[in-house]
Write a new protein. Structure first.
Length: 99
């Protein structure tokens, strides 16, 4: 069953964050991740939630997520994100009608 990595981002330094963005896509892809949403228009629906940016990535397993974001190659670019954005992330299991 797939899992989804949901990331909420608030960019504080656009130039540095763009350096991170330019590199992260290939790393995520090499680890089996598939971007379903990467920024784009957001429309708040309820609860007063107004995130600046949402990223949604599908992986086949939670282990793939851990391997991707625990990899040496991601570790080399992570400081760019940490210096340029505030973020929160969760992993949620996908739904199967058989569940």
């Amino acid at each position: 069953m797939p899992v989804y990595l949901i990331i909420e981002i608030s960019v504080t330094d656009a130039a540095t964050y763009s350096r991170y963005v330019a590199q992260v896509f290939d790393i995520v892809s090499r680890h089996g991740g598939r971007y379903l949403a990467r920024g784009g228009k957001l429309t708040p629906v309820s609860g007063g939630w107004h995130p600046e940016r949402i990223i949604l990535i599908e992986f086949d397993t939670a282990e793939q997520v851990q391997q991707c974001f625990g990899s040496t190659e991601y570790g080399e670019i992570a400081p760019l994100r940490e210096l340029s954005a505030m973020s929160r992330a969760i992993i949620v299991e996908g739904f199967s009608p058989r569940d």
